[in-house]
Design a protein around this ligand. Structure first.
Ligand code: PMV
Length: 357
């Protein structure tokens, strides 16, 4: 028997203050469909981003409540009770793994580096930053928590706030969901791509073309649920498994052509799942298709290696090696800006993961 099981929580600390920034991520193989406590129906692989990030500061103070953690939440310095339901749900899910939290009141202050109404989902970076603050608090009770376990637990908890948040803790490439292609992979938390990554992918760019700045009409959580009775679900899950295996080789050998095939097919399949759901819905807009057609034409004509991927929304993520940045930005300015809302785009690139501030 391990004697550790007899170690009880140390004397509660009086108050604790921490601040973390966590990046957004863009999936190359998409997670779409979930079961149980926000566990994925298929494995996914993502690039961790760098510029699009959430910074969250939490002050933990002892509270008299003792049943649930209490909190106040500020976004861009304004109190935002409209976020309470989502945060409450997150605390409910994580409390069994962090019972000490119920004795505290949390003052949570967050801000995003990217414009609030840019149509870029912030739940991954927001939940990752909050999870890191909470695990940092737990570390005050458990000094023995190793660095590896610290980040694993942060990914495990972040997942309960938003599935894709599991992949926003570390960089540059994350795998979430059990895949035979990655022997340490798990549905519970994300792992890093530990095989040697081809140099071309170490400095990859993601420029987000903002087609629609508004809130999406159908949330990802409804989209995931619609996969439960989806006629193509099983085929889709098999395809994602297969694509994870293929992408693993591509990420090692730098076969850019294959990279385009896999990632563009993943993006379009994600939207095909939405279009063929019951009820059906469409998040792409005419400008999304115009941009995709232009990218493919430009690539065919110039042989410049750019491709696209999509999130669950109308915006287009343009992916390309950093060495092509100058040409791609000129192409965006000359050919794609007309399709972007207010001519807006956001430049980002592969990053190394979250940081304590
Ligand atoms: O993390 P959620 O529940 O918002 O779902 C994210 C789903 C996609 O962004 C469409 C795909 C992915 O793997 O990130």
């Amino acid at each position: 028997m391990k004697t550790d099981s007899f170690v009880f929580l140390k004397q509660p600390i009086q108050s604790f203050h921490t601040k973390w920034e966590a990046p957004s991520n863009i999936a190359l193989v998409k997670y779409w469909g979930k079961y149980g406590a926000q566990l994925p129906k298929n494995p996914s692989i993502s690039f961790t981003l760098s510029n699009c990030k959430t910074t969250t500061e939490v002050i933990f103070s002892p509270s008299d409540n003792k049943v649930n953690p209490t909190f106040e939440f500020y976004f861009n310095k304004k109190e935002r009770p409209d976020f309470h339901a989502k945060i409450n749900q997150f605390f409910e899910h994580i409390l069994p793994y962090l019972p000490g939290l119920k004795n505290y009141h949390l003052k949570i202050s967050s801000y995003n580096s990217f414009p609030h109404s840019s149509g870029i989902a912030s739940s991954a970076s927001a939940m990752a930053a909050l999870a890191l603050c909470v695990v940092d608090f737990e570390k005050q009770f458990h000094e023995e928590l190793t660095e590896k376990d610290f980040f694993k637990k942060a990914s495990f908890l972040a997942r309960m706030g938003s599935g894709s948040a599991a992949r926003s803790i570390k960089g540059p490439l994350q795998i979430w969901g059990k895949s035979p292609a990655f022997h340490d992979s798990s549905d519970l938390y994300a792992i890093s791509f530990d095989s040697s990554l081809h140099p071309v992918f170490k400095k990859y760019c993601d420029t987000v073309l903002i087609v629609d700045r508004g809130k999406k009409k159908v949330s990802s959580s409804i989209g995931h649920t619609l996969m439960n009775r989806h006629p193509f679900a099983e085929k889709r899950f098999d395809q994602a498994h297969h694509n994870c295996k293929l992408l693993k080789s591509v990420l090692k050998n730098g076969d850019i052509q294959k990279f385009f095939e896999i990632t563009e097919s993943e993006a379009l399949t994600l939207h095909a799942m939405m279009i063929t759901s019951n009820p059906s819905y469409i998040l792409m807009q005419p400008q999304t298709l115009n941009i995709i057609n232009n990218i493919r034409e430009y690539r065919a004509q110039t042989k410049i290696p750019i491709s696209f991927t999509l999130d669950a929304g109308a915006n287009v993520h343009l992916l390309y090696p950093q060495s092509e940045r100058g040409k791609v930005i000129s192409f965006i300015k000359s050919d794609l800006l007309d399709f972007c809302q207010s001519g807006q785009f956001i430049e980002d690139q592969v990053g190394q993961g979250a940081k304590k501030i």
